[in-house]
Design a protein around this ligand. Structure first.
Ligand code: A2R
Length: 314
């Protein structure tokens, strides 16, 4: 029998990539949810409306679909939006997650649930802690990160207290074609494409360029998710990243070098966050050990494709 996979919050950046991975490489039946105002079409997937703030809605959907695997992607996933709207971020990322866990707990069988956290959970990392493994202290430096720490802790408690098959991920920055331009790589690629088309003046507006982050192509990320939900251990947390941190400046230089127009760089104070963490880089040994996963798509390849995506759209 084909396994049934439910992707909650599939209208975001990751959802469609994950659906494609499950359909093509894992031969699963795919069910996906979106908010009622969102648009979502995925070939060969069944789409439902679901707001995770409504626990009854979750319960009735779970009874209807009876998924073997549940990927919980629904989140308020922007760090900058979290600064501006912390209450909403806590509601969706913490209360929404608890609603899902409670709904799963009430089922008569035990699906595997993959909960997506963030590399931001580690927060203020010390120089000798890089690359960061899953046992590291968590010192979240922003509201978004704090909600994901909370999700991770609650899931670890549910997993043990109620013997549930919950697997937690700390995903580091993922990038690729289709990502919202509120995220840095997509933002830079969009700005370059606009400059090339003459829509914008030849200046890129940037925030903190010295921060170092661990970037992974979204297609590598979803490959890890599909493996972790099948082979990850209940109650355990796994880093998902490339294992290499790049300064935002290096990324910007690479993007600008792929363009044939002259571009100036200028700092925009709106893009500087109240608290920034200098370096985040993943130790991916645990993921590699349990799933045999390592990234396959290079940073340059992802950036070229993201730039091509924006060149077609602006
Ligand atoms: O905020 P929207 O309108 O873009 O909708 C997001 C959706 N979402 C919800 N779904 C159900 N009930 C809610 N109350 C609710 N609030 C928001 O979850 C969006 O369609 C989806 C999450 O997609 P993204 O924000 O694009 O995240 P992405 O990049 O797909 O990352 C998936 C996961 C998230 O947990 C991130 O925190 C983590 O990976 O890095």
């Amino acid at each position: 029998m084909k396994k049934r996979a439910l992707i909650i919050g599939a209208a975001g950046f990751v959802g469609s990539y994950l659906a494609k991975e499950l359909l093509t490489n894992h031969n699963m039946d795919v069910y996906a949810t979106k908010l009622s105002h969102e648009q979502l079409e995925i070939a060969d997937a069944n789409i439902y409306d679901l707001n995770i703030l409504d626990k009854d809605e979750i319960i009735s959907l779970l009874y209807k679909i009876r998924p073997d695997y549940i990927f919980h992607l629904a989140a308020q996933s922007s760090v900058s939006v979290a600064w501006k709207n912390p209450g909403l971020t806590v509601d969706i990322n913490v209360k929404g997650c608890v609603n899902l866990l409670d709904a799963v707990r009430e089922l008569y069988y035990k699906p595997a649930v993959l909960l997506i956290g963030s590399g931001e959970e580690y927060g203020h990392i010390k120089a000798d802690e890089v690359p960061i493994n899953e046992e590291n202290h968590l010192r979240p430096g922003n509201i978004y990160a704090a909600t994901k720490v909370c999700q991770n802790m609650i899931a670890a408690i549910y997993s043990q207290a109620y013997d549930m098959n919950l697997i937690m991920v700390r995903a580091f920055n993922h990038i690729g074609p289709g990502q919202s331009p509120i995220f840095v790589v997509s933002d830079f690629c969009k700005q370059v494409a606009e400059i090339e088309k003459g829509i914008n003046t030849p200046t890129i507006y940037v925030g903190n360029l010295e921060a170092k982050r661990d970037f992974t192509d979204v297609r590598d990320v979803v490959r890890a998710y599909a493996l972790l939900i099948q082979y990850g251990k209940a109650g355990e947390t796994y880093n998902v990243g490339s294992g290499h941190a790049y300064a935002i400046r290096e990324i910007l230089d690479l993007i600008v070098s792929l363009s044939n127009v002259e571009i100036e760089i200028e700092t925009d104070s709106n893009k500087i966050r109240p608290v920034d963490v200098p370096i985040i880089e993943a130790d991916i040994t645990k993921l590699n050990d349990v799933a045999g996963w390592s990234p396959a798509i290079s940073l340059e390849q992802t950036i070229k494709e993201t730039l091509a995506y924006w060149r077609e759209r602006v």
